[in-house]
Design a protein around this ligand. Structure first.
Ligand code: AGP
Length: 595
């Protein structure tokens, strides 16, 4: 949801460093991209559309300077266009500003500035900041004082950075939007996310809300809004720069689907006692919730639905809530542990829901992928899913790792010690590998890539998988797809089913859930809908299916993970056949830092 980047200390390479950083942050938004480099003047180059447009422009006419900032945009205020692209400048072009977030009081500030004679050239909320800075400079403030004065006036969520004509520093600050510094011996970077500068350094400093940083050729310092120095810890990142490349795959999403066995191994390593069949999570020692409320969005919400089911099966009341709904009308919390499931750890809706829960006295737990993310810093406990960096906007390996981590959490925090299920969890990396190796999803996608709509059905733990299958497909193919609890189809959605709307039925095991799902499949088959069965072969669903995507026989909770891999591949290959922009689907961004 907008990516920002900055660099000081590599005077001959500032532009290259910024462009590299933007290429790593493009997953956060691709409506436009721009850079500003400061020397005696501020030189801005910015263009609507993907980064490639900016790349072409700077090839012809490269701005230069020892200090610089860059931005990749996901539009909130004003449509994608050159004029709404960041960086934004003041009337005189003396200061350039980039911003991720939303300035809630921008209209009031803009009206005031306009009345005072400032001329605005964009529809954005961001543009008030350079004009506020300009006003403060006119009143005699220094660059740093002017930056601080402007921030004092704005309300909302932001990671903001500014450079000045004739200045040798970048100033930045954050409130409810991520911002991290990269520390090297002779250069300092800032970014919304570590991949932007991971190639150059593995040492990072996470800024907290309300902190300001000044970066110049002598290094960096962090202070409070009142200017008090803050001593910060330098963390070392434990993953390599190569992990953020495509490694020969056509798309990040395909690479990340294939990385799932490794991601799962990392998630499980040292946490499952192979001999004793026990799960041990040092980070959650003593956490034994009597009730659990999960809050999450999108794919993570589907993982939360799955997690809630695991707890209920273990006898612990649990429910999953959409974070955006929870924040406005939370249920009675009582002594519930409130668990935020969020890959990025920066999703604004999820953070707000957790803050609301904390305000009401709840203890909170973060289930996240990103070390040092806001959610990890704000919650009482954190369980990392350890999937490694995920770049594709459509979540794939992180969903599998969330499901694995939720299993670990449920085993560690309840009396559920089902040895067979723990064994299946331990074997998950190799069973996922089998599914990837043997999948025929590409040929199924070929048969149905032109369908009118796609319906996904499942029961029990396969219900969240059905929802996730549909979300993945709609997200990257732009085709209509819906997931339903299989029993619900006959209560309305069946009216939508035609001979050109495949029904993808996830049916695992041979118990009552499978038997009932097979009945639902017969109902759609009778109405001429093509049926694609995702099955472990234990039920007789194959008799009613036009195509079968097979998974190995396993326990119900791991079967859901395996079935999802087939659905990821189905979505991927369908989108590929349709020629979609798989890693950067239209209108979306990976990390949604606005509510
Ligand atoms: C998943 O493919 C989507 N990109 C989206 O639904 C995502 O899961 C959601 O925005 C939540 O993100 P988070 O896990 O980082 O909180």
């Amino acid at each position: 949801m907008c990516g920002i980047v900055g660099c000081v200390g590599r005077p001959d390479e500032t532009l290259d460093v910024l462009m590299h950083g933007l290429s790593k942050l493009e997953y956060r938004g691709y409506d436009s991209a721009g850079v500003a480099l400061a020397n005696s003047a501020v030189e801005i180059e910015k263009h609507e559309g993907e980064l490639v447009n900016l790349e072409r422009a700077v090839d012809d006419d490269a701005p230069s300077g020892p200090v610089g900032i860059g931005h990749t945009r996901w539009s909130t205020h004003g449509p994608p266009s050159d004029r709404n692209s960041h960086p934004h400048a003041d009337c005189e072009g003396e200061v350039a500003v980039i911003h991720n977030g939303i300035i809630e009081n921008f209209q009031e500030v803009k009206d005031e500035l306009t009345a005072a004679g400032h001329e605005f050239t964009s529809d954005t909320d961001t543009e008030v900041v350079p004009h506020l800075i300009e006003s403060a400079l006119a009143d005699g403030a220094s660059h740093e004082e002017a930056f601080r004065a402007a921030i004092e006036r704005v309300e909302g969520s932001y990671a903001i950075a500014a450079v000045f004509a004739g200045g040798d520093a970048v100033f930045c600050t954050r409130q409810d939007s991520p911002l991290v510094l990269g520390i090297d011996d002779d250069a300092t970077y800032l970014a919304s996310d570590v991949p932007a500068f991971r190639e150059f350094t593995d040492r990072v400093v996470y800024l907290e809300d309300g902190e300001f940083a000044r970066i110049d050729a002598d290094g960096w310092d962090v202070s409070t809004a009142d200017g008090e120095p803050v001593e910060k810890t330098i963390h070392t990142v434990n993953w390599d720069a190569e992990e953020t490349g495509k490694s020969g795959y056509d798309h990040f999403m395909l690479k990340e689907i294939h990385e799932q066995p490794r991601a799962l191994r990392q998630c499980l390593r040292g946490r499952v006692d192979e001999l004793g069949g026990q799960v041990e999570l040092d980070e959650l020692a003593g956490v034994r919730p009597t009730t659990v409320q999960f809050v999450a969005c999108g794919t993570s919400y589907h993982a939360a639905l799955y997690g809630a089911e695991l707890f209920r099966e273990a006898g612990v009341p649990a429910q999953a809530f959409l974070a955006s709904e929870y924040v406005t009308s939370p249920p009675p919390i009582g002594d519930a542990l409130v668990v935020g499931v969020t890959q990025s750890g920066e999703t604004a809706d999820t953070l707000s829901a957790l803050r609301e829960a904390r305000q009401r006295g709840a203890r909170t737990l973060a289930l996240t992928n990103v070390v040092g993310s806001t959610v990890a810093r704000e919650c009482d406990h954190t369980l990392y899913i350890r999937a490694g960096p995920e770049i594709g906007v459509a979540a794939s390996k992180t969903f599998a790792s969330q499901l694995a981590a939720l299993n670990l959490f449920a085993f560690a925090a309840t009396d559920d010690h089902d040895r067979e299920a723990i064994g299946a969890l331990r074997d998950l990396p190799s069973t996922v590998q089998e599914v990837i190796d043997d999948s025929s999803a590409a040929s199924v996608a070929e048969a149905y890539h032109d369908a009118d709509a796609y319906f996904f059905i499942g029961r029990g733990l396969n219900y969240p998988v059905a929802l996730e299958g549909a979300l993945k497909l709609k997200e990257i193919t732009y085709r209509h797809a819906e997931g339903f609890a299989a029993g619900e189809l006959k209560h309305g959605p069946l009216a939508l089913v035609t001979d050109n709307s495949p029904v993808i039925a996830i049916t695992t095991g041979d118990g009552e859930l499978a038997r009932k799902t097979v009945n639902n499949v017969k109902e759609v088959e009778a109405r001429d809908a093509p049926v694609i069965a995702v099955t472990d072969g234990q039920s007789d669903i194959e008799r009613y299916a036009d195509h079968v995507l097979t998974i190995p026989e396993t326990q119900p909770r791991t079967a859901a993970v395996l079935a999802n891999v087939q659905l990821q591949l189905l979505a991927y290959h369908t989108a590929d056949q349709l020629g979609r922009s798989i890693d950067k689907p239209r209108n979306l961004a990976k990390s949604v830092t606005v509510e």
